[in-house]
Design a protein around this ligand. Structure first.
Ligand SMILES: [Zn+2]
Length: 382
């Protein structure tokens, strides 16, 4: 309850106290708060805060598409999930912060990173702005995205947790008695192939725990067909069987510099439907590919049309569009073509809409009447 940004910052600190002190009251509290947010007050983009209270949470299941979802609450939501992952070593927390990062947070800036959204409604109808009378988000977005190395790995005394799949070279100190350089090469989330080179300074035995993504962590949303887990893992070219623990594929062996792990993640176009308890999304469907949610935009089609329930959905790599994206294609119920673009790239091609008038930080009742949305996430389904 209350102000969504302050809430998730507070809960992040509470998760720290819980893990440091093992205080059962703190542990119980952070798990209860987590459950209420994720299973009753959580947007499919990983954003929080419906804005029905001042910059805050609404009642359970009250998730209107004219969401508040302040960019700072996306940052705080990532911090909270990250702290919960450090506390409980469960990959589901990373599944959630990956979702928030690729959708609610990444889409808060334009593709050039020059203008930003303070609020992130799911049915967008405004241009991003260069500044806001309450300038908290402008620095927060950048510092959170710049912490990508922090979000990518975690470590324990006996191993490394591979949390994010991001092309990178990152050094981890003191893993199983040595320092380890981790190198990832991947085009994820556009395709599911990931190559990880493990370079310990000294050959040592330790565990590599690789997140096996679960796409339906929140009980509010269900995507089909299923696209969870890891399709295959090979070490130095040889397929390996692995145990799974708390959402991680575990490979324990003696690692030496140059060992490579190749894995394939199942990326499929999913139709996601929300719990009937959420009024705003009834008879609507969202499109997802890997961690990415998709929007349909007025610049490409009439966004009030309904998507055919049985319309096949395909992907197409479009290097010429929005800096290079994979689009989803299908047909509306009337047979006309539908094209969806990643939610993070939304409203980058609109004719410039006038910025909202200056005023106090927008709360539920102070915003001007909404214009029709030009970019929507939840599509009518026929
Ligand atoms: Zn903010």
């Amino acid at each position: 309850m209350g102000h969504a940004v302050r809430a998730v910052y507070t809960y992040s600190g509470m998760a720290d106290v819980a893990v440091e002190t093992h205080d059962p009251d703190y542990q119980s509290a952070v798990k209860s708060l987590w459950d209420n947010i994720v299973n009753k007050k959580y947007y499919i983009t990983g954003g929080v805060g419906s804005g029905e209270t001042s910059e805050g949470f609404g009642p359970n299941y009250s998730l209107r598409n004219a969401a508040y979802c302040e960019s700072c609450s996306s940052c705080g939501e990532i911090f909270f999930q990250w702290k919960m992952n450090l506390a409980y070593h469960d990959a589901k927390y990373v599944d959630l912060y990956e979702e928030t990062m690729y959708n609610a947070l990444l889409g808060s800036t334009d593709l050039e990173g020059k203008v930003f959204y303070y609020t992130n409604p799911l049915d967008a109808n405004e241009a991003r702005t260069p500044w806001h009378v309450c300038p908290c988000c402008v620095g927060n977005i950048a510092r959170t995205l710049l912490m990508l190395p922090t979000w990518t790995y975690a470590k324990s005394a006996d191993g490394v947790y591979v949390n994010m799949f991001v092309g990178s070279t990152i050094n981890l100190e003191n893993v199983g008695g040595t320092d380890v350089q981790m190198v990832q090469a991947t085009n994820y989330p556009w395709d599911g192939k990931v190559t990880i080179t493990v370079n310990p300074k000294v050959a040592k035995t330790f565990s590599l725990r690789i997140r096996a993504p679960q796409r339906n962590v929140s009980g509010l949303y269900r995507g089909t067909p299923e696209a969870d887990g890891i399709t295959s893992i090979a070490v130095n070219g040889v397929a390996v069987k692995h145990a799974t623990d708390k959402g991680y594929a575990v490979i324990k062996r003696a690692w030496k510099a140059g060992d490579t792990v190749e894995l394939v993640l199942p990326l499929k176009v999913q139709r996601v439907r929300a719990s009937d308890k959420i009024e705003a999304t009834r008879n609507k469907v969202a499109l997802r590919y890997g961690p990415l949610l998709y929007n349909i935009e007025k610049v490409d089609q009439d966004v009030s049309k309904a998507l055919g329930a049985d319309s096949p959905l395909t992907t197409e790599s479009r290097g010429d569009l929005l800096g290079g994206v994979v689009v989803i294609k299908g047909k509306f119920a009337d047979g006309s073509p539908m094209m969806a673009i990643p939610n993070f790239a939304r409203t980058n091609r609109d004719p410039v809409a006038p910025p909202p008038p200056p005023g106090p930080p927008p709360g539920a009742d102070t915003r001007p009447p909404r214009r029709p949305a030009t970019s929507i996430l939840w599509i009518k389904e026929a």
